[in-house]
Design a protein around this ligand. Structure first.
Ligand code: UD1
Length: 367
C-alpha cells in the first residue's frame, strides 16, 4: 500500500482529517500517516477534536505553537520537510487555508511530492487576508484540487488552473451527517438556561476584525443592541485570540453582557447551533455548518467564500465596517427557502479518496 501523509494543525482541519483518515484506514486505500503541526495546541482547540472524532494519535507532533505568520509558516515548513524526507510519502494532503496548509504544501512541492488540496478554489475579499493568501498560493502548488462545489472549479479555471481539479462536495458535510445523531439539543441548552430557538450563537476570530480595537468595540456594542432588541441571549465561545484582545483593550464589561464560554468541542457546538435561532460568525466553516444544521447565519465579514449560501439569501454577509448587524439580524429571521445539496450529498470522502489515488497513480512520488 502507498503511504500518504496528511497534515493538520488547526481546528477545522481536525474535523476534515477525521473522515479522510478513517476512510483510508477502514477501506485500506493507503497507509495514512497523520502529522499535527501544533498550530492549535490548547486542549479545547485540539485534543477534544481528536477524542470526540476518534482520530488516532498523530504519528508526528511538530509543536510549532503560535507566532507571527512568518515564524509559524517557517517552523511548519522546516519541520514538515524533515517528516517528508523521513516518510517518503506518495503524496501530501493539506486542508483549507491556514499557515499549516501553505507551509506543508510548500515543503512537499520542493521535494517533488504531489500535493492534494482539500477545500480548493475558494476565493474571497480582501485579497490581503492571511487565509486568502494561503488559499491562493496552496492552489498554485497543488497538483490535485478538491473543490466543494462547481464554483470552486470556476474560480480555479479563471486563474488558469484546470488540470487535477475535482468537484468532490464538502467533507464537512460528510462529518456533520455522520455525527448528527450525537447533536442532542435538549442537553446543550439546559446548562446555559436557554430555550430551543431562543438564542444566538456568536463566534469571532479573524485577525483583521479582532485585532483592531475600534472594529471589535463596535461589533460588541452592536451585538449588545441585537441581544436587547431581539430579546435573544447571545452564547459566545471565545477564541483565545479574542480573549487576549478583550483583556488588552479593556473590553471586559462589553463582553460580560453575553454568555461567554471557552471554545467548545465539535459535538457541543453543533448541538448548540441546531438549537439556536441563528448564528453570527466570521468563520468559514461555521457558515456552512449552520446551513447543514438548517440554521441561517449573519456572516460578519466583508465577503464570503461560500457564495452559494450568500447569493441564495440563506446567509447574509454583513461587513463589520458597514455597521449593519442589527438590521441584518432582523433580516436573517425572515423566511428563506432552504437551498438543497449545495455542497454535495455527504459522500465527499469517496471522491476525495479517488482523487488521492488518481494523483498517486498519475504522478507517483519522485522522492
Ligand atoms: C487559524 C487560521 C484560520 C482558521 C482558524 C480556526 C491561519 C492564518 N489562520 O486562525 O484560517 O479559520 O485557525 O480556528 O492559519 N492560540 C491559543 N491556543 C491555541 C491556538 C491559538 O491560545 O490552541 C492563540 C495564539 O496564541 C494566537 C491566536 O490564538 O494568539 C491565534 O491563533 P492562530 O493559529 O494564529 O490563528 P487563528 O486565529 O486560530
Amino acid at each position: 500500500m502507498k503511504k500518504i501523509v496528511s497534515l493538520v494543525g488547526a481546528r477545522p482541519q481536525f474535523i476534515k482529517e477525521a473522515l479522510v483518515g478513517a476512510y483510508a484506514s477502514t477501506q485500506q486505500k493507503w497507509d495514512h500517516v497523520v502529522v499535527h503541526s501544533g498550530q492549535h495546541y490548547d486542549a479545547n482547540m485540539s485534543d477534544i477534536f481528536f477524542s470526540e472524532l476518534h482520530i488516532p494519535r498523530p504519528k508526528y507532533f511538530l509543536g510549532v505553537g503560535s507566532g507571527t505568520h512568518g515564524a509559524m509558516t517557517a517552523a511548519v515548513l522546516k519541520a514538515t520537510e524533515e517528516v517528508l524526507l523521513a516518510e517518503k510519502p506518495a503524496a501530501l494532503i493539506v486542508y483549507g487555508d491556514t499557515n499549516t496548509t501553505l507551509a506543508g504544501a510548500l515543503a512537499a512541492v520542493k521535494l517533488h511530492i504531489p500535493v492534494v488540496h482539500v477545500e480548493a478554489g475558494i476565493r474571497m475579499q480582501p485579497a490581503t487576508m492571511p487565509e486568502e493568501i494561503n488559499r491562493v498560493v496552496t492552489d498554485r502548488l497543488a497538483s490535485t484540487l478538491c473543490c466543494c462545489s462547481e464554483l470552486g472549479k470556476q474560480n480555479l479555471a479563471r486563474e488558469g488552473i484546470e488540470k487535477g481539479v475535482w468537484v468532490t462536495g464538502d467533507i464537512m458535510y460528510d462529518v456533520f451527517q455522520q455525527m448528527e445523531h450525537l447533536f442532542v439539543t435538549k442537553d446543550v441548552c439546559a446548562p446555559y438556561g436557554l430555550s430551543h430557538d431562543g438564542f444566538i450563537v456568536f463566534t469571532l476570530h479573524r485577525d483583521y476584525t479582532v485585532d483592531c480595537p475600534v472594529t471589535l468595540k463596535s461589533i460588541l456594542q452592536e451585538l449588545g443592541e441585537v441581544q436587547k432588541n431581539m430579546g435573544l441571549p447571545v452564547v459566545w465561545p471565545v477564541h483565545p485570540r479574542v480573549k487576549k484582545r478583550i483583556r488588552e483593550f479593556g473590553y471586559e464589561a462589553l463582553a460580560q453582557k453575553f454568555i461567554v464560554v471557552d471554545p467548545l468541542g465539535y459535538v457541543e457546538l453543533m448541538s448548540l447551533i441546531r438549537a439556536a435561532c441563528f448564528v453570527i460568525t466570521d468563520s468559514g466553516g461555521l457558515q456552512k455548518e449552520a446551513y447543514y444544521a438548517r440554521k441561517r447565519a449573519v456572516v460578519l465579514m466583508p465577503d464570503s467564500g461560500w457564495q452559494e449560501l450568500a447569493s441564495s439569501g440563506w446567509n447574509i454577509v454583513s461587513p463589520p465596517q458597514e455597521k449593519r448587524l442589527c438590521l441584518d439580524c432582523m433580516r436573517v429571521t425572515e423566511h428563506c427557502p432552504y437551498p438543497q445539496d449545495v455542497y454535495g450529498n455527504g459522500t465527499a470522502v469517496i471522491r476525495i479518496a479517488e482523487a488521492v489515488l488518481d494523483t498517486v497513480a498519475a504522478t507517483g512520488s519522485k522522492i
